[in-house]
Design a protein around this ligand. Structure first.
Ligand code: PEP
Length: 254
């Protein structure tokens, strides 16, 4: 039996105007409310910055949490276009994604930058969802374990705990492509992350740490992925934009 309650997190990325986001959030909130105590997972939606306040209002009082998709490492100041972690908390976020591969690629975010963002998130009382994962070239070169372990240690703050941090293993080549690693490949990486986590958080901390899988998770493959011992939920992009798909994934939790 799994001891960690799964987390099913939707990363809406740069999608949706207010009406879309509110309708999506209300749809998920209604399903969650109807499921009540039968809900086998924690639920999270991460809308674009512009929708966070509206989405937080739409899900208020229910089990669906709200998160940001990024935050700045600093608390305030001359950082045009950026958002501080406390600002996310102020509009209702409990979580923030940091180090998503699209941020690492589009904005050149290094492990050190991601680490600093996770520190800022935790300082503001937010749970940091730290994303790590290899590119296809790195996998083809047999470097997956080395690369993901390096990102894990580089991106994880010293103050990380199982209560303030979630890890999301997202192979870059699986994001938005419809391709997924084999079960054996997912199991190998997740087991490695937990083993490395023990070196940083201690055995109990590593046992309690949630490690999500992300990358083309959808209703048709969620049950198999979520059944794996070290997979504690999913970070879902495309399939989180449809209430029925996101809900079907949530219902696939063991
Ligand atoms: C993601 O962006 O975190 C993600 C996993 O996307 P998708 O589910 O679309 O592959």
């Amino acid at each position: 039996m799994k001891t960690r309650r799964p987390l099913i997190a939707g990363n809406w990325k740069m999608n949706g105007l207010r009406a879309d986001g509110i309708a999506l959030a209300e749809g998920v909130a209604a399903k969650a409310k109807a499921a009540g105590a039968a809900l086998a997972c924690d639920l999270l939606v991460c809308p674009p910055f512009t929708l966070i306040a509206d989405v937080a209002r739409a899900v208020a009082g229910g089990p669906v949490a709200v998160g940001g998709q990024d935050c700045h490492a600093k608390t305030s100041g001359a950082h045009t276009g950026d958002v501080a972690a406390a600002m996310l908390g102020d509009v209702g976020c409990r979580y923030v994604i940091v180090g998503h591969s699209e941020r690492r690629t589009d904005h050149g975010e290094t492990d050190a930058v991601v680490n600093a963002k996770a520190v800022a998130a935790n300082a503001a009382g937010l749970i940091a969802i730290i994303c790590i994962g290899e590119t296809e070239a790195e996998r083809d070169a047999g470097r997956t374990i080395e690369v993901v372990a390096g990102q894990f240690h580089g991106s994880l703050p010293d103050g990380a705990t199982a209560a303030n941090t979630v890890i999301a293993y997202e192979p870059v080549w699986a994001i938005g492509t419809g391709r997924t690693p084999t079960n054996a490949e997912v199991a190998e990486v997740h087991a490695m992350i937990r083993a490395e986590a023990a070196k940083r958080l201690g055995a109990d901390g590593a046992r309690a740490l949630k490690v999500l899988y992300g990358g083309s998770m959808k209703p048709s493959n969620a049950k198999e992925l979520l059944a794996m011992d070290d997979v504690d939920g999913g970070l879902i992009g495309g399939a989180s934009l449809k209430v029925d798909d996101f809900w079907a994934i949530a219902q696939s939790c063991p």
